[in-house]
Design a protein around this ligand. Sequence first.
Ligand code: FAD
Ligand code: SF4
Ligand code: SF4
Length: 1001
Amino acid sequence: MRRSPQIRADVEALPAPWRRFLDDAGGAIPEDRLVCDPLRTLAYGTDASFYRLVPRVVARVRSVPEVQALLAAARRHGTPLTFRAAGTSLSGQAVTDSVLVQLDGWKGRRVLEGGRAVVLEPGVIGAEANAVLAPLGRKIGPDPASIATCQIGGIAANNASGMCCGTAQNSYRTVRAMKLVLADGTFLDTGDAGSRAAFAASHAPILDGLAALRREILADEPLARRIREKYRIKNTTGYGLNSFLDFEDPQDVLLHLMVGSEGTLGFIAEVTFETVEEHAHKASALVLFPDVETAARGTQRLAGGGVSAVEMMDRASLRAVEAKPGLPKVLRTLPPDACALLVEVRAADPVGLAGAVERATALLDGVSVLEPIAFTAVKAEYERLWDVRRGLFPAVGAARRVGTTVVIEDVAFPMEHLAAGTAELQRLFKAHGYAEGIIFGHALDGNLHFVFTQGFSDPAEVARYGRFMDEVCELVAVRFGGSLKGEHGTGRNMAPFVELEWGAKATGIMRRLKALLDPEGILNPGVVLNDDPGVHLKDLKPLPPAHDLIDRCTECGFCEPRCPSRVLTLTPRQRITVRREIARLEGLDADRPGAPAPLALDAGTPGAPAPLALDAGTPGTAGPPRPRAAGERAGERGRSALIARLEHDYAYLGDETCAADGLCATACPVGIDTGKLTKARRADARSGLARGLAGIAADHFAWTAAGARAGLTAMRILPGLPVLREALPGPARGPYEDVVRGRDRKVVYFPACVARTMGAAPGDPDQRPVTSAMLSVLDKAGYDVRFPAGVDGLCCGLSFESKGFPRTADEKTRELERALLAATEGGRLPVVCDTSPCAQRMKATLDPRLLVFEAAEFVHDRLMDRLRFAPRPGPVALHVTCSATKMGLEPKLRALAAACAESVVVPPTGCCGFAGDKGFTTPELNASALRDLRAAVKGCERGYSTSRGCEIGLTTHAGIPYQSLVHLVDACTTAAPERPEPVREGEVARGAALGPSGVPA
Ligand SMILES: Cc1cc2nc3c(=O)[nH]c(=O)nc-3n(C[C@H](O)[C@H](O)[C@H](O)COP(=O)(O)OP(=O)(O)OC[C@H]3O[C@@H](n4cnc5c(N)ncnc54)[C@H](O)[C@@H]3O)c2cc1C
Ligand code: SF4
Ligand code: SF4
């Protein structure tokens, strides 16, 4: 294998077993999918839990043979593997200091039997699976709150569940078959008779071992009873021992043991789920009770009464969100012990729903409530109620002290102990000083989450957490016979308490099960079962302050699927992790006695001390390899070198490949826009000279635009063009002259600088620039058009802002504002802009008197009934830009496109990564973000969007031309017959006299 000097140095710095592992794995997996540099191992290693282990190696696998090759190498060199899906786990089961195996792709999905079953590869996001099933009125059973991010591999391996699925529709109950790779590399398809027969012939000892464990459990009646009893409620502590009771064939037992096995028994390469019905009609009510006991009584009444969800929220939870806009005012005046149940009912049709509401209300008859029970089936209203529930975790996360983490615990009580259990948890919060702690959860399943903030930098704080957890575990598992983990999996967090909950006999069976399936201990060791009674208090993640813009990050990972650089370099969460680690290293005082030991990643740094000693790094040794501080600490020199290396690598991996589109913020529970961090860092890095030049470019913007046009012309003859030649626009030119036909309807049109610079590309079906198409559409719809004075020199400031010149950007914004206020007569006329990122910035930054529309939005809101549409045959592709998404325009763009074409394909691309000019300067970002686009738009001959820059990249990577949606509208519309129109607020009244250029006469 040929390696660059830097990679060679990183590999050389690895302890011998991982060095040999890498060499070995390199025979099966290309080097660019084997990572061992300090920045990416740290970044890729992070998950949503409060544990931090840095993998020595990260491998990205694409196929079963690659997984098999890694397993073989792991066995040979004693380097355990931890599989990773989306990394949203909370209990420390997805982190490792050995080899992390990420899924690269694995997005296959196939619907069976008209939607009654679905075959999913482990990289499919839960919400993606549901999107495929939704048109068939079906969904997958498991419904974790993280479903928009977490992936099938993690959902199945954690036996994740949520508000509705209970114990009847989780992965355990709905799995039909799996394709598996076991620790010895054997592939088994439990849904294929041939594969089962081959496995039975080759693996009789494993199947006999499973059968023997089953017999042992059946022969021990108290144990069998206890297992049955414990799975009446949600339970993900330890292995799913119910598999031994519910199934007789050892291969079926094995299939079901894989559910909830947290990557410790084998690799899940495919899952076939039975699906469940997704009712279209829903109604919800927030029912308020005087205290937890009464709420628990209400829950018992509702249980078995056909309701789909009952979420309990204690008084502290309600207090955390009561000030949010739109929530019932009564929340602010509740008595101190009040408790709420959010109840949901569903049905296939409105009549069924009315019946369900009636039944649920009747079930609560006679139970004391603080307000009359009122169900609502109005989507906006019930969504607002569910926002109360969804806002709980972010509320605590956002309010926490910087440097602390948010801990979500996840216990389940037998229903009869729900009230007492909740009260006792509240008492423990008080006793241990967790004043901010809140309790909420899936009451129907007795499953409670309690959320509190916890610092881990101070040993006294760690000890407090340890004492608290000891008492919680005693309370839940021993006193009330509940589950220490209802949904989130055992991980490292509850591994020391498995025996407390299950007893020695059952835990012994779990240990023998693990030894049977993974005798060499290479699969995620230390997770689910761990001999260290203090493992839950070790390897805690530091969360030092790094920057105001990101300090509230909980590292949940919800932003990751939105990020265009997620495959190429880093995700928002990973950027934040690296910035935090650099801040931590910078804040370290290496000479202070008791200063934290450096992370394992320090070992990979030139000048850093020798790699840390490992206690289980030798081939064939079972158990987790663990960095041992061994008195070694990175000295000042080593630390500085590590910081320098991280900063050096971050320049490309973090800053340069961030599109700064801010799409991450749209998925972040605490509203973090990592793009803002990137822009702030760009601004900090700008020299005085650069700022001066930006100022000159801004002051002479017409020349700047002319220079850009000349650049476009010159690029055509350059070799090695980063975009497709047919996609490269030719220059666009004015003049931009007012259209005055004396009509009543008038609009001020601001063509963005990108639209004034870039015209049609050689491959475009419509060879006019978007400005011409826009003017044509406005004309057909009967609008006179006015351009702001000096339009050639105007700019909304976006390009300056994203390049790190916020002051210049602001000056351009104010200049545009002045011009638009004059042209609109102080905001009396609407403004339309043809480029969605600019329209978004204008909406956010201009004087609120200006009524700004994105072009397609204006067509949708104001012109559709003034145009006659003749839809074009066949499907067209639609790309919804980040800015359109953030402005909430997607439904309007879809509706408009649907009016123009027989059908519309909207691939779930997210940000295209073109980001202004990054498609030219960092084209690999664009290519990576759009790597699935070509397949997604198969069958479409044309694509449409709302930003000229994005369209260049889309054309390049989709293989079909993309132009503005306005072009499509123009191509398929004629003027509708005239009819009277009501006057709209903010516009000049019909008949108001305007002069020749739109100025009032
Ligand atoms: C804010 C928040 C809310 C959450 N809410 C819920 C909730 O309501 N209910 C719930 O159950 N959980 C919840 N979780 C926890 C977590 O999101 C889920 O358990 C989720 O299913 C984990 O999936 P993942 O794709 O992130 O898997 P990961 O975290 O990547 O992995 C999970 C486990 O599966 C193993 N694994 C991954 N892929 C494979 C594979 N192909 N083969 C074998 N093993 C594999 C990993 O080794 C690991 O042990 C929440 C998390 C957060 C941050
Ligand atoms: S930025 Fe937001 S969404 Fe992303 S990991 Fe942090 S808290 Fe979660
Ligand atoms: S701004 Fe865009 S590219 Fe940057 S981290 Fe957020 S989603 Fe990723």
